[in-house]
Design a protein around this ligand. Structure first.
Ligand SMILES: [Zn+2]
Length: 472
């Protein structure tokens, strides 16, 4: 695992200060990481020293600062590491280590991206730790980049869209290009700055701020608000415009008091929104055809109406909210289970509705057990699980030991489900061979209700819900 994604070298009186930037994906675990490593200072310092020896071998390092975005987590005197030759960290060396973030668009390939940014596929793979050429829409890639990127405005581009794509703030984009308004024209050449943007999600301060406040904390909040599409000048002064932006943000969240004051609760929501901001928040959660996946999240507040316990056999006895399904899905499931009885097939329902908070707890526990990368392959992040819609049900059989296992697909029951589920409006949502589209491993047990017409078409054409909706 690579902890540091970037570093900066700052010249000081008799040596250099090196700032090491933790991977922002680790932000929620960064504290834990530091606590663990503080107990075992020796190995932590060795890790840091190895990193420095490898990346900047010829620099006389005086102090090492561990950073998370603009937040200093810890500072370590590093006098122990003196390179033999104290040659200068020239600008080239520093720039060699900077990356510009790029968000993968639909239709992008690694090859295409490498051409666009004048790099190679191999380099992209090594920088981003990719083991194959597979990329997906919405994925954030690090692009080695020494020159500012030039972007030519396309039809339907907006400054906001471009700023999102390249992870720069609207305000930064405007400043670099000398724009005073938001207007763009097709064919316009924009310079995309590649400044200190490797850590796109800033860590917000834990303070209470109101009109009249000034300083760095105010500036951080203004920048965060700009990342969400507001256009404030980050001058560090909490004036009427900053208050209006906070108020507007608060109005979008029922749990927040609409007072225009930045406090702990507003901070929490703001931070969460920033983290979620890369993916689209679903606007039609009630739609029976709603697409929920790693790029399309349900709002954290979404709870389906009309949920019931379907009258089918479960693999366990007592009441549990996971027995719930939306009424339409529940009726269809009852119909399907009724049919199985005629055909000597016995299915058991295992897990249906799951709340956002429950999914959050499950994902956190999986990350703890398996690490972020692996957990992400089989476990959904909160908001990214179909179970939150109430339209999904995991099923199993006695022959699969009542477990949710790939083996279920090979049992008599699993085969029956594959053949017949669509007749009742269900699809096997994560099919074998479609992992590159669904971005989940094969799950023969996970049924999703989408209605009979769509289910029939998807099954007959052997496509995914993503493909089906893309065609519509
Ligand atoms: Zn499931």
């Amino acid at each position: 695992m690579k902890w540091f994604i970037n570093h900066k070298i700052i010249e000081d009186q008799d040596g250099y200060i090196v700032e090491l930037y933790l991977d922002q994906q680790l932000s929620e675990f960064a504290k834990e990481f530091l606590e663990t490593h503080k107990k075992d200072t020796g190995s932590f310092e060795k890790y840091v020293s190895d990193y420095i020896k490898e990346k900047i071998p010829n620099v006389k390092v005086k102090t090492v600062k561990i950073m998370l975005g603009s937040l200093l987590l810890t500072s370590i005197p590093f006098s122990s590491i003196h390179a033999e030759t104290s040659s200068i960290a020239n600008t080239n060396q520093v720039q060699n280590q900077t990356f510009a973030p790029y968000t993968v668009q639909s239709g992008d390939t690694l090859f295409g991206i490498s051409r666009k940014f004048d790099t190679t596929v191999d380099q992209l793979k090594s920088i981003n730790g990719l083991t194959s050429n597979l990329i997906y829409k919405g994925q954030l890639l690090k692009i080695p980049n020494m020159q500012p990127t030039i972007y030519i405005v396309q039809k339907e581009d907006t400054l906001f869209k471009i700023s999102k794509q390249y992870n720069v703030s609207l305000e930064q984009l405007k400043a670099v290009n000398g724009l005073t308004g938001d207007a763009l024209y097709i064919g316009q050449t924009l310079t995309i700055p590649n400044g200190d943007i490797t850590v796109p999600v800033s860590v917000l301060p834990n303070v209470v701020l109101n009109v009249g406040a000034r300083g760095e904390d105010v500036k951080k909040i203004q920048k965060a608000l700009n990342d969400l599409g507001y256009s404030l000048s980050p001058d560090g002064i909490y004036g009427s415009r900053t208050k209006a932006a906070i108020l507007d943000f608060q109005k979008q969240h029922a749990a927040l008091t609409n007072d225009g004051v930045y406090g702990p609760k507003t901070k929490e929501y703001l931070q969460q929104t920033l983290l979620n901001n890369k993916d689209a928040i679903i606007s039609n959660p009630r739609d029976v055809l709603v697409l929920v996946n790693k790029n399309n999240r349900l709002p954290s507040t979404y709870i389906p109406e009309n949920v019931v316990v379907p009258n089918v056999s479960f693999s366990f006895k007592d009441y549990n909210p996971k027995k719930l399904m939306r009424q339409d899905g529940a009726s269809a499931l009852e119909e399907m289970f009724e049919q199985t009885k005629q055909e000597n097939i016995t299915l058991y329902a295992v897990s249906g509705y799951r709340s956002y908070d429950r999914q959050k707890a499950i994902f956190a526990s999986n990350v703890e057990k398996y690490g972020m990368e692996i957990a992400n392959q089989f476990s959904a992040k909160p908001g990214e699980s179909e179970h939150q819609t109430g339209l999904a049900m995991d099923i199993t059989s006695a022959t699969a030991n009542f477990k949710l296992t790939e083996y279920f697909g090979a049992t008599k029951e699993g085969k029956w489900v594959k053949e017949n589920a669509h007749k009742f409006g269900f699809i096997i949502r994560y099919e074998k061979g479609k992992e590159h589209i669904t971005r989940y491993q094969y799950e023969p047990w996970h049924l999703r209700y989408i209605g009979k017409d769509a289910a029939k078409e998807i099954t007959n054409q052997n496509i995914t819900l993503e493909e089906y909706l893309g065609k519509k």
